[in-house]
Design a protein around this ligand. Structure first.
Ligand SMILES: *Cc1c(COP(=O)(O)O)cnc(C)c1O
Length: 481
């Protein structure tokens, strides 16, 4: 298996070469040269693997189709180490929860629980694997890596929990001082591991991102201090997410003649892009419904064919903050496929076109219609008021408490139900992470998993710093020597 860039660079790379990289050298994103095909007998076999051996074995089967530069034994061991009930809370790892009221003949929909990992958000599903893969590959190369990033909450903590204690890796994570929820701050700052560094920047999330950009543009510093990232464009993260589409399908169906649909609360298009990959492999997915919040860049595209990047001033701060994006960093992968893998055109619209004009328009391109027909995409958006109503409704009708991001998914899923096809909504976080909105909706505190009792009172390790690139660089330097 070789990987190519969506912008047509001539290099073809292996999995472990792109594992520690971000963008391709031409600014494109990596994708496999082709999607391995799962025919009927392979799907039957995967269902048996899921049923008899569980998630870690299924993960190994799917990953091994894309990874041929790690031995099968080692890859199997990495999957087994990652997907354990101790880390993910249940034997199934990603159990389906039917939303079914008493007296209903069948569930209205299912929630696929992806947020029972260490940080209670779906990013753990991929990041935990990445932690093990990084440690493995760095040891094999005899190298070290310093992960540097910016977070408004979920990504940074998932990265820290995945990398804590891992050999060869340090994490330097900036976050806007005082702006994450108290629970998120407690989660991150209570990590006392030597290789984890929290830097709270006096400013907003954009200030943190600007600092990360400035450091990435300093190639000399980047090379000298072996700076890397773990953002959502990383192919290994996306690949890890493909697995739970298979696990969701096997749980919602009895036979491979059936189809399912997924609704995915979306921001950077990483999660739903994994669904697209699963569908391209032949998993019987009917619809892939993209759910956005008020930051509706993606919903706008699927409705109109126009992709319009937002400026920082028209990016809304919402009560589903992990979906507050101005552009969807993984979207180029899908558009590349939609355009029949025309790298020149992908480069033209995402490269110069987007930075010059701030938008591209495929409404007049006959291939745009295929997003819905050939590729099965639908979309919808949700607002703060919708979120509150949906949280109330789901709690009153099914006795299930959902978080604000999952609520965006349920709201949009309701607009795309088909009685013939089970609908699976991906549950991307637990309500405890976004307690203020739950209290607003339900007038009560969300349930707290027992292992998180009292985390706000734990000792914290965090360095508060002015929004100054020089200070941040000095801090990294000092902690790398
Ligand atoms: C990151 C995140 C999302 C958005 O996922 P993308 O892959 O960026 O589309 C949705 N919900 C939660 C809780 C998240 O943390």
């Amino acid at each position: 298996m070789r990987y190519l860039s969506t912008r047509g660079h001539a290099d073809r790379k292996q999995f472990c070469e792109i594992l520690l990289e971000g963008l391709a050298p031409d600014g494109g994103l990596y994708l496999p040269e082709s999607y391995p095909q799962i025919d009927a007998s392979a799907l039957t076999r995967l269902r048996e693997v899921w049923q008899s051996q569980g998630y870690a074995a299924l993960a190994f089967e799917v990953l091994s189709l894309y990874i041929d530069d790690i031995s099968r034994d080692d890859l199997q061991a990495l999957c087994r180490k990652t997907y354990t009930p101790e880390v993910f809370g249940t034997k199934e790892i990603v159990p389906l929860k039917p939303l079914q009221a008493a007296g209903q003949a069948q569930p209205a929909m299912y929630l696929e629980a992806l947020s029972n990992g260490p940080t209670l958000a779906f990013k753990d599903m991929a990041m935990q694997l990445l932690g093990h893969l990084f440690e493995y590959e760095l040891a094999r190369r005899g190298e070290a890596l310093n992960i540097f990033g910016a977070t408004s909450g979920d990504t940074g903590s998932a990265a820290e929990y995945a990398m804590r204690g891992k050999k060869g890796v340090r994490v330097f994570m900036t976050s806007p001082n005082g702006r994450m929820s108290p629970f998120q701050q407690a989660q991150m700052f209570s990590l006392l591991d030597d290789n984890i560094h929290n830097i709270a920047i006096e400013g907003v999330f954009d200030d943190c991102q600007d600092i990360v950009k400035a450091v990435s543009n300093d190639l000399e510093f980047k090379r000298k201090y072996k700076i890397g990232t773990v953002n959502s464009i990383n192919w290994a993260r996306l690949l890890a997410q493909v697995v739970y589409y298979f696990a969701g399908y096997f749980q919602a169906t009895q036979s491979n003649d059936q189809k399912v649909s997924f609704t995915v609360p979306s921001g950077n298009f990483g999660n739903v892009c994994a669904g697209h990959v699963a569908r391209m492999m032949g998993l019987p997915i009917d619809r892939l419904v993209v759910a956005t919040n008020e930051n509706d860049v993606l919903d706008e595209f699927f409705r109109t064919g126009v992709y319009r990047v937002r400026g920082t001033t028209d990016t809304h701060e919402t009560s589903s903050p992990s979906m507050d994006i101005s552009k969807a960093s993984n979207f180029e992968r899908f558009v590349f496929d939609l355009l029949g893998r025309d790298a020149a055109q992908t480069k033209a619209i995402f490269g110069e076109g987007l930075s010059r004009q701030g938008f591209f328009d495929l409404s007049g391109d006959r291939r745009f219609a295929q997003a819905a027909t050939t590729y099965g995409f639908d979309s919808g958006r949700s607002t703060h008021a919708d979120r509150l109503t949906t949280i109330q409704q789901v709690f009153a009708t099914y006795g299930v408490m959902i978080d604000t991001h999952t609520a965006d998914g349920v709201k949009v899923a309701q607009e795309h139900l088909n009685p013939q096809v089970p609908m699976i909504v991906l549950e991307t976080a637990l309500p405890i992470k976004f307690a203020a909105t739950i209290v607003e909706a339900l007038g009560r505190q969300p349930e707290r998993p027992p292992q998180f009792e009292g985390i706000e009172a734990l000792p914290k390790r965090v360095q508060v710093m002015k929004a100054d690139v020089g200070l941040v660089k000095a801090y990294i330097q000092q902690h790398c020597d």
